[in-house]
Design a protein around this ligand. Structure first.
Ligand SMILES: [Zn+2]
Length: 248
């Protein structure tokens, strides 16, 4: 998903063992929230591939959209608010870090800019339930001129992804998500296993999509169409921890 500068990438050591979740509950939640939303984002790429979804516009934006929709659909109000706020905060932190380093915004990147992703995420979440989420959207700085269109943005996104997810009943197909090549005791694996279980209870797929945690040499997550696999890099959670701890 997000690209780091080369200097940062080379400075990151390869973690040797399972991720160690910090004891601080707010920090642990921040990391979990980001793992959940990046997993849903990669799931978006996987569904686009496996179901051959026609993509009108940027695939990265479509994947971000699915991530926001799944948080809204799957989690209760309080949990969803925390997950969205944490994910938005990580976009803001990565943006602030890049600005402090004097980096030019990643205009040529296939992803929208971090702050665009920040506002898009908040807008979709707010638009899904404007009455309940007005305060959250205001606290996160969603401008009123954008906010007034968010209900329509959500409805459009819901219709688009809803038509993709419709009919994917479990048992009606021959696949789903499955964890591979991963230490089940890794705290990030525990989070993913729970997501995989919930997904497979709700949806079926025409093929298997493998999900694994593996070192990649960068703080990222990938979907590989040739392997039909989602990889959450071990460095991803480490970097979420680092960016959280960078808050002064
Ligand atoms: Zn992506």
């Amino acid at each position: 998903m997000r690209a780091l500068t080369l200097a940062l990438l080379t400075a990151l050591p390869l973690p040797a063992a399972a991720f160690e979740m910090p004891e601080d509950e707010v920090e642990a939640q921040f990391i979990s929230s980001n793992v959940v939303t990046v997993f849903y984002h990669e799931l978006g790429h996987a569904l686009i591939d496996v179901l051959q979804v026609p993509v009108l516009g940027k695939e990265e934006d479509a994947a971000d959209t699915l991530s926001a929709l799944l948080v809204h659909a799957i989690w209760d109000e309080d949990s969803a608010t925390v997950i969205i706020s944490d994910t938005a905060q990580s976009y803001a932190l990565y943006d602030a870090e890049a600005q402090a380093a004097g980096s030019e915004p990643a205009y040529s990147d296939e992803h929208s800019l971090d702050l665009q992703r920040y506002y898009n995420l908040i807008c979709l979440f707010y638009g899904a339930n404007p009455e309940a989420r007005k305060e959250t959207a205001e606290a996160l700085g969603l401008p009123p001129e954008r906010a007034e269109r968010c209900e329509a943005e959500f409805a459009q996104a819901q219709m688009a992804w809803g038509s993709v997810l419709q009919g994917l009943e479990p048992g009606s197909a021959t696949g789903g998500l499955r964890m591979v090549e991963t230490d089940p005791a890794d705290p990030i694996a525990v989070i993913l296993q729970s997501e995989i279980g919930d997904f497979n209870k709700t949806y079926g797929l025409p093929d298997w999509i493998d999900v694994k945690i593996a070192p990649c040499g960068q703080a990222n997550a990938f979907y590989s169409p040739s392997e039909r696999s989602i990889t959450i890099c071990t460095e991803y959670a480490e970097d979420a921890k680092r960016i959280y701890e960078s808050i002064e």
